[in-house]
Design a protein around this ligand. Structure first.
Ligand code: GDP
Length: 299
């Protein structure tokens, strides 16, 4: 978890510095609680979690002297509670052959990279994986996926630039069934600039996959860039509505992550967070641990 800790170091330093600032006066009263709430909201944790922390603190320490260390311990405990409901491993139902994972998210949030890392994990675990280059708009995305396919020895189904993404997804699903693949992972486009078109495309992909297996796609995974800040909440809202997202991967937690947003997303959307991305390399995909994350952010 070292890379996540390093990545969160800056937002954690800022947050803990601000908490220390609030508690120079030390006594816990309305004013210090209000100031603490502001600090937590500025750190992107969201209103719900901010209130949980201040309520928990007030319940045990109101009117008493309190140190920033105590405040941080209570914050870590509350953050961990929020996150413990969403930290869970990705489970594949291999009675479906293949288990279809549709990967969605705004361009640049790490879809293709996450697919590569995930394919590596699965193939290392002895599963056969097929990849589908459903972002038919960007030549670079198709090329990148092919490279990941070579590295993980997973066949890649791709079409010409600009081809119909739903048609490609359907084709890939048929091929994966024929080949007896355990898992099919489908990349998609994420052009939020043209929302109507994107929605129509994602809806169509989901619909045509359902023709071959009413339960497909079995997992709809959204990548969320942890450096995005508040806008990430809206991104999840949008893709959840359009594509039925049922799990998240939080990427770039190694960078200048505003880690608090993960907590706000967990509190609001309550979607499982299966993995976190902590770098650009193949091994930089880790299971999400509520306690480790809470400790990293609370400093
Ligand atoms: P896509 O457009 O959603 O498919 O995003 P890409 O997979 O192409 O990723 C966009 C950029 O983010 C690339 O330069 C990736 O190497 C980088 N990236 C993806 N995941 C991570 C991560 O967890 N950490 C860091 N530091 N960079 C990442």
């Amino acid at each position: 978890f070292q890379r996540m800790r390093d990545g969160l170091a800056r937002s954690s330093r800022e947050l803990t510095g601000n908490i220390a600032g609030v508690f120079t006066k030390r006594k816990l009263d309305e004013e210090t609680l209000q100031d603490l709430e502001d600090v937590l909201i500025r750190a992107d944790l969201g209103m719900e979690t901010a209130l949980r922390v201040t309520d928990a603190l007030a319940a045990s320490r109101y009117g008493k002297d309190v140190s920033d260390t105590e405040v941080r311990a209570i914050m870590a405990a509350e953050v961990e509670k929020v996150l413990s409901h969403v930290a869970m491993p990705l489970e594949l139902d291999l009675s479906h052959k293949p288990h279809v994972i549709l990967v969605v998210g705004v361009n640049g949030t790490g879809k293709t990279t996450t697919i590569g890392k995930l394919a590596a994990k699965l193939t290392d675990g002895g599963l056969s994986v097929m990849l589908a280059a459903g972002d038919t708009f960007r030549a670079a995305a198709i090329e990148q996926l092919k490279i990941w396919g070579e590295r993980t020895k997973s066949p890649v189904i791709a079409s010409k630039l600009g081809a119909d993404a739903a048609g490609l997804a359907y084709d890939a699903f048929e091929k994966a069934k024929e080949a007896g693949s355990d898992v099919l992972i489908i990349d998609t486009a994420g052009r939020l600039q043209n929302k109507t078109e994107l929605m129509a495309e994602l809806e169509k992909i989901v619909r045509v996959l359902g023709k071959l297996d009413p339960e497909a796609p079995h997992t709809v995974l959204q990548t969320v860039d942890a450096t995005t800040g508040q806008n990430a909440l809206n991104q999840v809202e949008i893709f959840r509505n359009v594509a039925g997202v049922n799990g998240l991967v939080m990427t770039k937690l190694d960078g200048t992550a505003r880690g608090g947003i993960l907590v706000a997303i967990a509190a609001k959307h309550k979607l499982p967070v299966y993995f976190i991305g902590v770098g650009e390399q193949v091994d930089d995909l880790e299971p999400f641990s509520a306690s480790e994350f809470a400790r990293a952010i609370a400093g």
